[in-house]
Design a protein around this ligand. Structure first.
Ligand code: F6R
Length: 631
């Protein structure tokens, strides 16, 4: 599979060759084929191949492809020597989150790599010996002949390896303090930020730059901004990946979602001639308004010409005509009737007025995704008389803290103990859970029983949050999709059973509206896998009569909100409605993330609409329409 075609002119702002593939699978297949060629050509000459490897979600599909090449196409790793980039400091090798264990589970145990050729920094080295140990790691790389190829992911701080902001270009393998953002991103793996190690041993930027070839992989919209900074920005120690600009054989290998902030994707009229589709026109005019700091209706011809958009005016007559067109376009995205306004002219509304009331299914990958993004809209749909079903795709149990589980079990233990009735079973259950928690410790693998209880606790939160949005318990369904129930972070695999369960709920409801999210998430994340289940279900159902008449609305997950030009439906909220939503979010007591509950995201969209010259609202929830042809 080839990367998307692109001219040199379109890449003019990119300081590192950047290959954009339709999917991570396509990208990984291309990279694995290159590595295979490297290994086999060196082996034919009697030489070893030295690979630098990364951990994290990103390389997982790449490792799966290497395993496939080994199993199905006979690729041998006998001549390969590997060096991993990094390891958490303070974790033993058998810790479930150690990178040593990760590499064995994800790759080493499935290929014929010689154990003596595997090198992962040892996180248990005493601080006093770290310096010497790291020098030894560097020496071992050199003794092996240097890295032929280094595989990298990128963190949202721009780190490669764990070279956090401030890491020098010539830094070498060393102990480093992890950035707060990196620790937040790892919090789910460790059941809470407080459990994430504070330090790590990492190869330095200089170590990475000494590799003969470098390939950095990135998937998903969450990586889009940092990828653009690394590829198009200045070389700076604030974004250590930007130092790859100085390496003559480095490449970024990314999917479309991770490429979405690059200039050639975001502002294509600045990188070459374009065909002005309605979407692109809306994007360009909105960009111009923000760039000049003016509302739509004040943009003038000269501003269009000065910003490479003169041909747009030729097409539309004048700035005056175009401004009004786009102003109306965006104005028409605003509706207080997310299920359609009955008996109203709907020719300029995002949703149809008929039928009324509608049936709506709201998919939420984990409990909380729904309320965070669209709690206000959920409340409106119910209050406006629509039949709403909230379908929680997974229980979200992996996010429930041990402390919360302990609180519940202790209460059950005490009430059973004090009960005048015979509550032996309950007492035994509570005792069992409490001892399991103790045996497991903060990092142990939770048993299915523990996961079940955590899932039930999370259900309670979800019901409370829904109730705060006026959604009754009988309007909620917990799908408990098997991919999540049987999996753990980074190890989820979608099966037909998952898709069938989504099909069943849709077929039962035959909705007029579906709300879903995860389309631009990292495909291996819970949200990414959950969306894939919805996408496949929609394909299966596309020929049903009800599906032909169904609108699918997408909301954005926790990290990146829709930009105004991407919004197809904007549901405004009053201060009171926002307060109701924030109250609903607070109900998720078993997992509270204070950063998410201040409503700033919804306020920010409202500010942007205001700046564009539209009405000034307190807050807005935003959706884009998912069209069948993009399925
Ligand atoms: C991992 C590593 C890190 C990750 C980065 C992205 O060995 O060195 O730089 O590549 O944090 O992590 P994921 O892939 O989980 O998004």
């Amino acid at each position: 599979m080839e990367p998307l075609a692109c001219s040199a002119q379109e890449q003019q702002f990119e300081k590192i060759p950047t290959l954009i593939f339709p999917t991570p699978g396509d990208a990984c297949a291309a990279l694995a084929a290159e590595i295979r060629q490297l290994i086999e050509s060196k082996a034919a000459k009697g030489e070893t191949t030295v690979l630098g490897l990364a951990t994290g979600s990103t390389p997982v599909p790449f490792y799966r492809e290497l395993i496939r090449l080994h199993r199905e196409e006979g690729l041998s790793f006998e001549t390969v020597i590997t060096f991993n980039l990094d390891e958490y400091h303070g974790l033993s090798r058998d810790h479930p989150e150690s990178y040593y264990r990760f590499m064995h589970e994800q790759l080493f145990d499935h290929i014929n790599l010689k154990p003596e050729n595997i090198h992962v920094p040892d996180g248990t080295i005493h601080r006093d010996e770290v310096f010497e140990y790291c020098a030894g790691y560097e020496q071992a790389i050199e003794d092996a002949g240097g890295l032929d190829m280094q595989i990298l992911g990128i963190g949202r701080t721009g780190h490669i390896g764990f070279n956090e902001p401030g890491s020098a270009r010539d830094s070498r393998t060393r102990l480093i303090t992890l950035d707060r953002l990196t620790r937040i991103d790892a919090a789910a793996d460790f059941q809470g930020e407080q459990n994430v190690p504070r330090f790590a041993i990492t190869m330095g930027v200089g170590t990475i730059l000494a590799a003969r070839r470098v390939a950095l992989l990135a998937w998903g919209e969450n990586k889009a901004d940092i990828v653009a900074q690394a590829v198009e920005g200045e070389q700076t120690d604030a974004v250590s990946a930007s130092f790859l600009q100085g390496h003559s054989a480095s490449r970024f290998i990314i999917n479309k979602a991770a490429a979405s902030a690059l200039k050639r994707v975001r502002l294509p009229w600045l990188t070459g001639s374009v065909t002005w589709t309605p979407d692109l026109t809306r994007r360009a005019v909105t960009w111009l308004a923000f760039k000049t700091g003016k509302p739509f209706l004040k943009l003038v011809d000269e501003e269009y010409s000065e910003h490479g958009m003169a041909d747009l005016l030729t097409e539309h007559g004048s700035a005056y005509d175009l401004n009004i067109k786009i102003f109306n376009d965006i104005q028409h995205t605003i509706t207080g009737w997310p299920g359609g306004k009955p008996d109203a002219d709907d020719s300029n509304r995002p949703e149809r007025s008929e039928p009324s009331p509608k049936r709506a299914v709201i998919f939420s990958p984990e409990p909380q995704d729904d309320v965070l993004a669209m709690g206000g809209t959920m409340e409106r749909l119910v209050k406006q008389g629509h039949r709403v079903l909230v379908a929680y795709q997974t229980s979200g149990d992996l996010r429930v803290s041990d402390a919360e589980t302990q609180k519940f079990s202790t209460a059950l233990f005490e009430i059973s103990d004090q009960s005048p009735h015979d509550w032996k079973d309950q007492l035994g259950y509570a005792q069992n859970i409490l001892s399991q928690l103790e045996e497991k410790g903060p990092f142990g693998e939770p048993s299915p029983e523990l996961r079940q209880l955590k899932g039930l606790i999370r259900r309670g939160d979800a019901r409370n949050a829904c109730e705060a949005c006026s959604i009754r318990a009988d309007q909620i369904e917990f799908l408990d999709l098997p991919f999540y129930k049987k999996g753990r972070y980074r190890q989820f695999t979608l099966s037909d059973e998952d898709v069938d369960s989504v099909v069943a709920v849709l077929d039962k409801m035959k909705p007029h509206q579906i709300f879903a999210t995860g389309h631009l998430a990292d495909p291996s994340s819970v949200q990414g896998v959950a969306f894939e289940a919805v996408r496949r279900a929609l394909i299966k159902l596309q020929d049903t009569d009800w599906m032909k008449d169904c609108y699918v609305w997408l909301y954005r997950g926790q990290q990146r909100e829709l930009a105004p030009h991407e919004i197809d439906m904007a549901v405004p909220m009053s201060p009171g409605q926002l307060a109701t939503k924030l109250n609903a979010i607070q109900k998720f007591q078993s997992h509270s993330n204070s950063e998410l509950v201040d409503g700033s995201r919804n306020r920010d969209i409202a500010v942007l609409y205001d700046k564009l010259g539209l009405a000034e609202y307190e807050a807005i929830e935003a959706f884009e329409r998912y069209l069948p042809e993009s399925m």
